[in-house]
Design a protein around this ligand. Sequence first.
Ligand SMILES: Cc1ncc(COP(=O)(O)O)c(C=O)c1O
Length: 392
Amino acid sequence: MLSSRTAWDLAANALAARTDALRASGRPVLDLAESNPTRAGLAWDPAELTAALADPRVASYEPTPQGLLAAREAVSRYLAARGAAVDPGRVLLTASTSEAYALLFKLLCDPGDEVLVPAPSYPLLDLLADLEAVRLVRYPMRYDGSWHLDRAALEASIGPRTRAVVVVSPANPTGAVLDAEELAGLDRLCAANDLALLGDEVFADSALRPCPSVAAGEREALAFHLSGLSKVCGLPQLKVGWIAVAGPSARVEPALARLEVVSDAYLSVSGPAQLALPGLLAGRERFLAPLRVRLAANRATLAGVRGAAADVLASAGGWSAVLRIGETIDEEALCLDLLEDGVVVQPGFFYDFERQGHLVVSLLPPPPEFAAGLRRVLDRCGNADFASPSGR
Ligand SMILES: Cc1ncc(COP(=O)(O)O)c(C=O)c1O
């Protein structure tokens, strides 16, 4: 009676069940898997947020499949500040970046079609693809002291049913950032193979080096930039994301026309959130400035990690970090042991690393909590040599 695309194994795995139990236990928890900025001491001032949402126009309903013009103009200004000139007519609002993926998979793919996605990458993509009956094919990102696109491997993954290539820059959880040359190469590859290029750029504003947008410059392919308030303003509760489309008009216009119809079927972005968008985006530094300070403090703590048992992979951005703990350590067993110590971390296998032996930690927790959690992680890994700024 129920669809095969939703035929998931819903039994909680041991790690998820024990994590839930720890969080519900009332014991103090050092949560190095926290990815919600509003729970990590990075929430907006409630007065500022309610002021941004107080608009008398909330009383009326203006259904607009692409999103209100003023809100799309605000997205254009945001992108212009990132070096991408995108006309508001090429912007479409969504209820989140996740929903942006869903709309684009509907637009681009028939059931069974394939989309190339990077590995490692975050697990939500699998769920989003399942829901659209799309098959994800992974192309590897390679680490040699920094992360790179393996262009040859990506090219070899293109098959007759491939419809799009997803790049995530900065990537979650690795912090890989694609440079302008890599993006230009991908653009040409996509154009030559009639594939769309999707750029998930939710973490661009806190990148540690220039992070060009897929929507910047003259694109030959049909290119989509995806982002949203969840990461740009630390406001996941507002439920606003967007898609900005780049590329030649002959490719963009028919795509946008259909995208509008897809969006019209749901009209899922709330009016009040759209009205608030210009003010919130203009005020994004209220979130981004303290966020950067937080990320830098936790990265400084990580920089103190030395020793044979664990090291930290170099990253150019994102809200998390990857610890390499050695292939002989069972990631899941270690995470379960850490739960006994009151510490939540994520195993690398959640993110499809090519090999065993990684842990993923969020950089959002308050620095003393982060340092204390990291200390326990390293103790479990047998690393004695850890110069934590906050001491033991
Ligand atoms: C790289 C990346 N893209 C998109 C999302 C989803 O963002 P949204 O909250 O806008 O759906 C996440 C969530 O963590 C993410 O890590």
